[in-house]
Ligand binder design. Structure first.
Ligand code: ADP
Ligand code: MG
Length: 344
């Protein structure tokens, strides 16, 4: 079997900030096949941009394994990594100002990376026209950026990213600053590229509905691959119990967000679920007929009941149901500490 186009294993990225270590990726595993159109979702700060920068050769991982199209991005010398970035990768960023030169018109923006790569003459113009045609902007090629809408500017940016024939297209929140209708038009452009040019494309988004527009969506939490959203068929629909409650309908399709199980059997349980059941530090796994239940570990709790010095009456400070009693002399009498097993 041939090697996947992208393979990340146990990828770690640590930033040093003012003498402190900031772990942006902590053992991320991800495999993407050639030609796939993949959405990446995750909360702000979960490590999405860090991953994109590493995949694009803009930054190096701290540890782990990362191969893209046969290149080892961890071990590659700097010169080769620069060449990889220039020749193999196209970037589309959230802000169009980062993608485009404001005083050049659309076609000149698309020709610029070719000029920088030594392409000259008529071929450069022909290719730029072809790319603007692919992104649906042939009628706008002589427009300057202020004359183009936000969505059109992002489509010019996509044409710019394609100028040097990349094999990998990385888009970091390309729809972050546009409305949902414009976002759909941008997603459609990526779909066309994926279908017609078979470019492997990764799109970072905040928007879960991206599942409708891509082949597959992976979710990142705390610098790890945590979930994968799949389009359910009639067959898998019935078995949606493994879904952590995030099943949703989008037009005719049903989507389910599944947690990812890594090779070592680890899963990343969403913090909000752990908080809901007050699971911290340890948990009990229980085998049930339905599957594996994660529940709060049985624990001993300390509860306090104050005993009035004169009357000997107890005033509850927590609840009673004591198993063991410790007596301490307190200000207003004896402070008794009761310990009981939570399961009692
Ligand atoms: N250059 C950097 N220096 C220090 N910390 C960084 C740097 N880039 C990202 N981080 C930190 O790494 C974590 C992941 O960031 P990022 O990949 O930008 O997340 P996302 O794109 O998902 O919002 C964040 O906590 C962020 O503050
Ligand atoms: Mg980001």
């Amino acid at each position: 079997m041939s090697e996947p186009f992208i393979q990340c294993e146990n990828l770690v990225k640590i930033f040093q900030v003012a003498g402190l270590e900031m772990v942006a990726l902590q053992g991320l595993n991800l495999t993407i096949e050639k030609g796939e159109l993949v959405g990446i979702i995750g909360a702000s700060g979960s490590g999405k941009s860090t991953l994109m920068n590493i995949l694009g050769g803009l930054d190096r991982p701290t540890a782990g394994k990362i191969r893209v199209d046969g290149h080892d991005l961890l071990k590659m010398p700097d010169g080769q990594l620069n060449k990889y970035r220039r020749e193999k990768v196209g970037f589309v960023w959230q802000q169009s100002t980062r993608n485009l030169v404001p005083y050049l018109n659309a076609i000149r923006n698309v020709m610029l990376p070719m000029t920088l790569n030594g392409v000259t003459g008529k071929e450069k113009e022909r290719r730029a026209e072809e790319l603007l045609d692919i992104v649906g902007l042939s009628l706008r090629k002589h427009h300057h950026l202020p004359e183009l809408s936000g969505g059109e500017q992002q489509r010019v940016a996509i044409a710019v990213a394609l100028a040097n024939n990349p094999t990998l297209l990385l888009a970091d929140e390309p729809t972050g600053e546009v409305d949902s209708t414009t976002a759909k038009a941008i997603y459609r452009t990526f779909q066309t590229l994926s279908r017609d040019l078979h470019i492997t494309t990764l799109i970072v988004s905040h928007d879960r509905t991206i599942a409708r527009h891509v082949d597959r969506v992976v979710g990142i939490r705390d610098g790890m691959l945590a979930s994968e959203t799949i389009r359910q068929t009639a067959e898998t629909n019935g078995a949606s119990n493994g879904v952590h409650g995030e099943s949703h309908d989008e037009e005719d399709h049903k989507y389910a967000e599944l947690v990812v199980l890594d090779r070592a059997g680890r899963i990343h349980v969403p913090h909000e679920y752990l908080d809901q059941f007050n699971i911290k530090g340890h948990a009990q796994l229980e085998i049930t007929a339905e599957g594996i239940l994660i529940r709060q570990a049985a624990q001993t709790v300390t509860e306090q009941v104050q005993v009035d010095g004169d009357s000997g009456k107890m005033r509850h400070m927590g609840h009673a149901g004591a198993m063991t009693v410790q007596r301490e002399k307190g200000k207003g009498g004896f402070l008794n500490r009761f310990r009981r097993n939570k399961d009692d």
